[in-house]
Design a protein around this ligand. Sequence first.
Ligand code: BGC
Length: 386
Amino acid sequence: MSKKLGFAALSAGMALTLAACGGEGAGGGGGGAGAGGSAAPEDLTIGVSMPTQTSERWIADGANVQEQLEGAGYTVDLQFANDDIPTQLQQIDSMITQGADILVIAAIDGTALAGQLETAASQNIPVVSYDRLIRDSENVDFYVTFDNFQVGVAQGNALLRGLGLQNEDGSAGTATGPFNIELFAGSLDDNNAFFFFNGAMSVLQPLIDDGTLVVKSGQTSIEQAAILRWQQETAQRRMEDLLTSTYNDGSRVDGVLSPYDGLSRGIITALTNAGYGPTLDAGNPMAVVTGQDAEIASVKLIQDGVQSSTIFKDTRLLAEQAVEAAAAFAEGGEPEANDTETYDNGVKVVPSYLLPVETVFADDIQSVLIDSGYWTADEVASGQAD
Ligand code: BGC
């Protein structure tokens, strides 16, 4: 517990003594003391550290977490770190210095925060790892995320479905292949990248083994497929390089496993520039490209028949879980986990709360994204968030 929360815990025991002495209730600074080791939200500041504002996903996460925490009465110190590791470290340092009572952190580099977490622990500040697991530290108190392996499984299945190898209900489709595919993965300093890739490969590898799918470049390891910091431009360049090195013999790439919508758009740009598309039903069709996050620009591309699919993760629900975790710590308790086995951060298995994910093809945009209020029909039509 933070100084304030720790003080609250102490004060529960002291309350009787103080009452007996006719003293005033312990208030200590912000007056955060409550019964049973808890502190009122109004007395607590939550530091929220988000990786970047270059992706809508993280802007939405930041906004949702802030809104929900403030709605519950907490003061929020929200910072975005520009995808720059030293910036994130410095922002977390300053949250701690300025008296944050609880930290919620979506790491840029999940392996770079051990020092900051050590300081947090020494001041009894609970740390909630948000979406991305913070690694190599025993001072991660809870992890809220989606079922990241299932994200990968869903991406693998979406690629098969886009290629016609699988029907919506998971049964075998009418296509037989073989199909040329290429594989992309996320940033290797993000623990999620491994879960996505491994989940997808659990679906794709058997079909690679039996020759239905051919990774024509031969680049099948996550190290070869990885895109540092999930950068769209880097993905575009890698796709351009693959087209030049591997598909300059008149062959085509039929499908691309992409773990994130930003990468998908870079990949689609490279393919478009090479004469694919513009759509999935054009004469020289766009390759089947998967995605993740239901970013509005990609939802429009899906609506327009350019990008094949994405995986929707409702960040409003993730924000809710972060708020619940913070509340549990504020009340002097522990958040409720629904997974205590999967997320070993190298030092310990971090108790986690995993949320489910949904696959979105063009036909699902209305029911999954618009009806739930995630995007409006106008935003989908324009491809821009209001
Ligand atoms: C998140 C994904 C996101 C990616 C790039 C991952 O850690 O889980 O939702 O697409 O980072 O921002």
